[in-house]
Design a protein around this ligand. Structure first.
Ligand code: TRH
Length: 377
């Protein structure tokens, strides 16, 4: 009989926690035929990513996954064969006790945040003995073969490449979002936290030699955009033009649609963890707004990723990329950095595709988890 899996997700803020766990749950069910329950403590956040779901229903099946509200007052359930606590969320005490008391042993995993730092490989898969005698294993996603890999559905890159080769499919998709492609424009998507560096980027885009079409899904960056435009609260569907820059505010779309948006664009500004990975699978140059942590820990993560990503780029292209990402993440001026990046544009484009193909040659995270379980049995 196929194993049962429970994934626990506590939504701290934003959409990354639920974004990663929902994607993982779907993939385990669809590609590995597993029985998966996803416990989430904020159904409203889940519904943003899966709009056909119902935020009022305690248990519902969506895309082969049983999505359950993780209630404040936990009701006893039989634990699954494999239990994943995402991002060190704390499992209900009664559930842990039931795991310890279960006749058939349970594999308990903590799925960690993504990092490209060196120490990840050394810590990936290590157990930690708990006071009740259970072991908890630490599972680290990552970019190198010694880590747990990245979430990537089977056939994702083939699907993406076919879509990108089909201009009509792209135009139709964009039209569905209310976007008419502008001839000759560089298409950019923008998903980021509030960012004081935005203004200097928009200035250079507006004054640049090329037409730019900027698509901005609803989210935290809108307040910065609003400030630059000097407009009242921005609404979905609104469009603005400043010089060469055409801006349109999009609705927040489903995860699958968001993938297609990334595939459609020539350049993607993304944030956090999940959209950051998806932009890499899009095979197009990207700009990462990393989730800020206390004591600047996020900057080390940023640099660790850049060190890996930059391999194979010319010295000039490396500098341009590092400066641009640095400015974006520390409120620096973006204008000069953007102009520099454009000078190496063909190289940046080819490199992004190469990077995505190389990463896709490694085992994906869901596959690695299933293998880890089989090895543990
Ligand atoms: O929302 P985020 O900022 O999440 C963050 C990070 O995960 C961070 O590491 C974590 O500590 C913090 O949350 C609590 O960014 P992220 O990870 O990209 O998640 C956004 C999700 O939203 C992702 O799954 C893509 C999805 N999305 C859509 O489905 N539709 C959309 O229109 C957009 C813009 C995003």
């Amino acid at each position: 009989m196929k194993a049962t899996w429970d994934i626990f997700c506590s939504v701290v803020d934003n959409y990354g926690d639920i974004g990663v766990t929902w994607r993982l749950a779907r993939q385990l069910a669809a590609e590995h035929g597993l029985t998966v329950r996803l416990w989430v403590d904020d159904l409203a956040a889940f519904v943003r990513l899966c709009p056909q779901a119902d935020s009022q229903v305690l248990r519902q099946v969506q895309q082969g996954v049983e999505v359950c509200l993780w209630p404040v007052d936990w009701q006893a359930v039989e634990p699954a064969d494999v239990v994943i606590e995402a991002f060190a969320c704390e499992l209900p005490a009664a559930y842990i006790a039931a795991m310890a008391g279960r006749e058939q042993k349970v594999l308990w995993l903590n799925l960690e945040y993504l990092s490209a730092e060196d120490w990840v490989e050394g810590c990936h898969g290590l157990p930690s003995m708990q006071s009740n005698g259970l072991s908890k294993f630490f599972f680290f996603p990552g970019f190198t073969p010694g880590s747990g890999g990245l979430l990537r559905e089977r056939g994702l890159l083939a699907l993406r490449r076919a879509f990108q080769a089909d201009e009509r499919a792209r135009d139709e998709f964009l039209r569905g979002l209310g976007v008419e492609s502008l001839a000759g424009a560089l298409l950019i998507s923008l998903f980021a936290y509030e960012n004081a560096a935005l203004g200097s980027w928009l200035e250079v885009l507006a004054a640049g030699p090329q037409r730019i079409q900027l698509l901005v899904p609803e989210g935290r960056i809108l307040s910065s955009l609003q400030g630059w435009l000097g407009s009242p609260a921005l609404q979905v569907g609104e469009a603005y033009q400043r010089g060469q820059l055409h801006i349109q505010v999009l609705p927040f779309i489903s995860q699958d649609q968001y993938d297609r948006l990334l595939w459609s664009c020539d350049f993607n500004a993304v944030r956090g963890e999940d959209s950051f990975i998806r932009a890499q699978w899009a095979g197009r140059p990207l700009l990462w707004h990393i989730y800020e942590q206390a004591d600047g820990a996020h900057l080390e993560k940023l640099n660790a990723f850049l060190a890996l990503y930059k391999e194979g780029l010319s010295a000039e292209a490396q500098v341009a990329l590092t400066r641009l990402w640095g400015a974006w993440n520390s409120n620096g001026p973006m204008g000069e950095c953007w102009t520099q990046l454009l000078k190496n544009w063909p190289e940046q484009v080819a490199h992004a595709e190469q990077w995505s193909l190389e990463r896709a040659s490694q085992a994906d995270l869901a596959e690695a988890l299933v293998q880890f379980y089989l090895n543990w049995l």
